[in-house]
Design a protein around this ligand. Structure first.
Ligand SMILES: Cc1cc2nc3c(=O)[nH]c(=O)nc-3n(C[C@H](O)[C@H](O)[C@H](O)COP(=O)(O)OP(=O)(O)OC[C@H]3O[C@@H](n4cnc5c(N)ncnc54)[C@H](O)[C@@H]3O)c2cc1C
Length: 411
């Protein structure tokens, strides 16, 4: 599996899914010299969960692979901030807020994060308000501030990345659904697409096919008789109207409050949680789109109540709009990135939990490395789809689950 592949640069690549993962993959492939890249989406670019994301990014992950990956993602976001027109990475810091018990329990993990390159500042209780006037914490609560973390506005990032890859020569096709693979034995030969205009199906040749469809992945993999043990969950976020006084807070993942909150580039507050919609969501069919989801009306009062003492300015908020999408979680709460076992030329990048936005720059890089170099620049074995071989995925998929049943680690 390792070692540079012959002439990959001249081969044709189809990327199914035009979310942030598919587009980032296109970017990195183009940068590596691959010249024939097509991104195909059944809807519009970013219209899956990518435009719904809160866009919070941190490297404070919970295992070595993920920390190394996220440090690379921060390198990439800093670079993208320079090279994507109309996009800025808001490096306001990303604060993990913890109870004393969790803070003490996470000590070894924190040491690992720092050893692997995370830049961290610890702020306890009142020290948090000294640094961020809109944040209040009890004396026995701890903030672990990822100094290189922050957020992106998805509505800026998605079009900026789209423009960039188009300029790099990537062909982008929207409103076209992929409805099958063209396989010759165990070798991918192309895909079958269906036009949304006349429903006509067309077989198209591609040397390499990359599935970047996240929540929809098992529909595609059913064509090669492979399934990922995963569950989808509805996830929603809410945004206020702009405040008159300048807000002063970082992006916050709050483990005490069970939600996240961040400022926006135009001085609003954005809050989200998955405490509502705990049951896993069954996607009715491959044609499903996230526009069909509605947010749970109980989520906003819950968030306002929870964040009232953390970010008191929320009391005076005027609420403006919400977005809702899907997060997709594997049984080990770890993304799937790499070649599909047993099928030559087929690759997957999916199931990024609640962290696909944060992962996208490095995930695209790792997928491009798999395709072009046959190996990745960090040890990413943990992400390979082959880890599920031998697991009873069929039973796993049949069982209903709540988000609390999942090995839950926020990304
Ligand atoms: C409310 C909310 C808040 C979130 N907040 C954060 C956050 O703060 N930080 C973070 O890192 N992550 C966050 N996430 C998660 C993040 O949004 C996702 O992990 C990420 O967007 C996944 O990107 P993707 O490109 O893999 O998938 P998607 O953006 O869902 O794209 C998949 C695309 O595949 C297309 N597709 C599917 N089937 C086919 C087919 N057969 N043919 C052609 N196209 C097809 C779909 O139309 C879709 O556009 C949040 C998610 C939600 C819902």
């Amino acid at each position: 599996m390792s070692g540079k592949k012959d002439n990959v640069e001249s081969q044709s690549v189809a990327i199914i899914g035009g979310g942030v993962i598919g587009m980032s993959t296109a970017f990195h492939l183009a940068e590596k010299g691959v010249s024939k890249i097509t991104v195909i989406d059944k809807g519009y670019i970013g219209g899956g969960s990518s435009l719904q994301a809160a866009g919070i990014v941190t490297s404070l992950e919970w295992n070595e692979t993920a920390i190394r990956a996220r440090v690379k993602t921060l390198d990439n976001f800093e670079r993208f901030s320079q090279i994507l027109d109309g996009y800025s990475f808001h490096q306001v810091g990303c604060l993990n807020l913890l109870s004393e018990e969790d803070y003490i329990g996470d000590k070894d993990l924190r040491d690992l994060q720092i050893k692997l390159g995370s830049k961290v500042e610890i702020l306890q209780g009142g020290k948090l308000s000294d640094k961020f006037k809109d944040v209040v914490a009890a004396p026995n609560e701890y903030g672990v501030l990822d100094l290189r973390g922050g957020y992106s506005e998805p509505h800026r990032y998605v079009p900026a990345l789209k423009n960039k890859i188009e300029k790099m020569g990537v062909d982008i096709r929207e409103h076209e659904e992929v409805v099958g693979f063209d396989l010759q034995g165990a070798q991918i030969k192309g895909i079958v697409t269906r036009s949304s205009v006349n429903q006509k199906e067309t077989k198209e040749k591609f040397d390499i096919v990359i599935c970047a469809v996240n929540a929809w992945i098992n529909h595609l993999l059913s064509w090669v008789d492979f399934q990922i043990p995963m569950k989808n969950f509805i996830h929603e976020r809410f945004v206020t109207k702009p405040f008159e006084t300048k807000l002063n807070l970082p992006a916050i993942n709050d483990r005490v409050v069970e939600g996240y909150i961040r400022p926006t580039e135009d001085n609003r507050l954005l809050v989200g949680t998955d405490a509502y919609n705990p049951e896993n969501f069954i996607m009715p069919n491959q044609q499903f789109t996230v526009d069909q989801l509605t947010p749970d009306p109980r989520a906003l009062p819950f968030l306002r109540e929870r964040f009232r003492s953390r970010v008191p300015v929320i009391e005076s908020a005027v609420w403006d709009y919400h977005t809702v999408g899907l997060i997709s979680i594997t049984r080990d709460a770890t993304p799937v990135i790499g070649p599909m076992p047993g099928i030559d030329g087929l690759f997957v990048g999916s199931n990024f939990h609640s962290g696909g936005f944060a992962y996208n720059p490095v995930a695209g890089q790792l997928i491009a490395e798999h395709v072009v170099d046959g190996e990745t620049s960090i040890d990413s074995e943990r992400y390979l789809p082959q880890r599920f071989i031998g697991f009873d995925t069929k039973s796993y998929l049949q069982n209903s689950m709540t988000i609390d049943d999942m090995k839950f680690k926020r990304h």
